[in-house]
Design a protein around this ligand. Structure first.
Ligand code: CO8
Length: 256
């Protein structure tokens, strides 16, 4: 792995930082591959209970795809594109919950990656948008599907058809982000949130994510949820959680 992405582990929290601040953390192919590698590594590390994805510097989370790389590439075929943007699928299916911590620009493929994560938190100076329309292309890394699910079709179409940028307050009102915090508190409050999730029963957090993110029609999704509930109910963490409540003590979960 080069230094386009910095990966570190801090107790039960995995940190993934896109590190191209001069390009406003726009993602080239190497960046996307490094993100995939980091999510896969943390997703299979049983010590890691929550992941924080962010961008280096104060100006940008991720300003989308690297347009210089776009310009230098020739024709794109479907298989190549799927391979290049596999990262959003890895984020959505990674068993470990991922929080996108957004400071500054969150645009195009950056917004699509954030939407593939599980929670999004932002500083007051964050800016969001799907500016692909201004380039004559479309949000092709999940934007046309994930944005309407977050904000409803009308708002999603308006954002994608105009390419308008919105501020953090509007993004919160739209339901794109979970919390807006002052920039100087963003890191600490995101870590607190990650620690809160990391302190829960990982056997169950994984299954909550899986059931919620499976993208199935309602009936199939409800059936899947019941299957996963039975697994959790019968797990040793499930037994321990209920026993601890009744015994008025803190639960000791062991991810099984
Ligand atoms: N790619 C490459 N370089 C970038 C990008 C980018 N996306 N964004 C910014 N940069 C570079 C600039 O070129 C500039 O470099 P330099 O200093 O060498 O000139 C540097 O970052 C700083 O940028 P600006 O000087 O433009 O900074 P400003 O504060 O004036 O503006 C903006 C900031 C508004 C964010 C502006 O840079 C901008 O509009 N950037 C482009 C944003 C954009 O259009 N993103 C979407 C890209 S397309 C995409 O993400 C599609 C994803 C799905 C594709 C799936 C199919 C394959």
């Amino acid at each position: 792995m080069g230094n386009e992405v910095i990966v570190s582990k801090d107790g039960n929290i995995g940190r993934v930082t896109v590190n191209r601040p001069k390009q406003l953390n726009a993602m080239n192919s190497a960046t996307r591959n490094a993100i995939v590698e980091a999510f896969e590594q943390f997703g299979s590390d049983s010590d890691v209970r929550a992941i924080i994805l962010t961008g280096a510097g104060e100006k940008s989370f991720i300003a989308g795809a690297d347009l210089a790389e776009f310009a230098a590439s020739g024709e794109l075929d479907l298989a190549e594109m799927r391979n290049e943007w596999y990262m959003t699928e890895v984020a959505a299916t990674c068993p470990t919950p991922i929080i996108a911590m957004i400071d500054g620009f969150c645009l195009g493929g950056g917004m699509e990656l954030a939407m593939a994560c599980d929670l999004r938190v932002a500083s007051e100076r964050a800016r969001f948008g799907q500016p692909e329309i201004n380039l004559g292309i479309l949000p092709g890394a999940g934007g046309t599907q994930r944005l309407p699910r977050l904000v409803g079709e009308g708002r999603a179409l308006e954002l994608m058809l105009t390419g308008r940028m919105i501020d953090a307050a509007e993004a919160e009102r739209y339901g794109i982000i979970n919390f807006v915090w002052p920039a100087d508190e963003l890191e600490a409050r995101t870590t607190e949130l990650a620690e809160q999730i990391a302190s829960k029963a990982a056997f169950a957090t994984e299954r909550i994510k899986h059931a919620t993110r499976n993208g199935m029609p309602l009936e199939d999704g409800l059936q899947k949820e019941q299957e996963l509930f039975v697994e959790c109910f019968n797990s040793s963490d499930g037994k321990e959680g209920v026993a601890a409540f009744l015994e008025k003590r803190k639960a000791r979960f062991n991810r099984s």
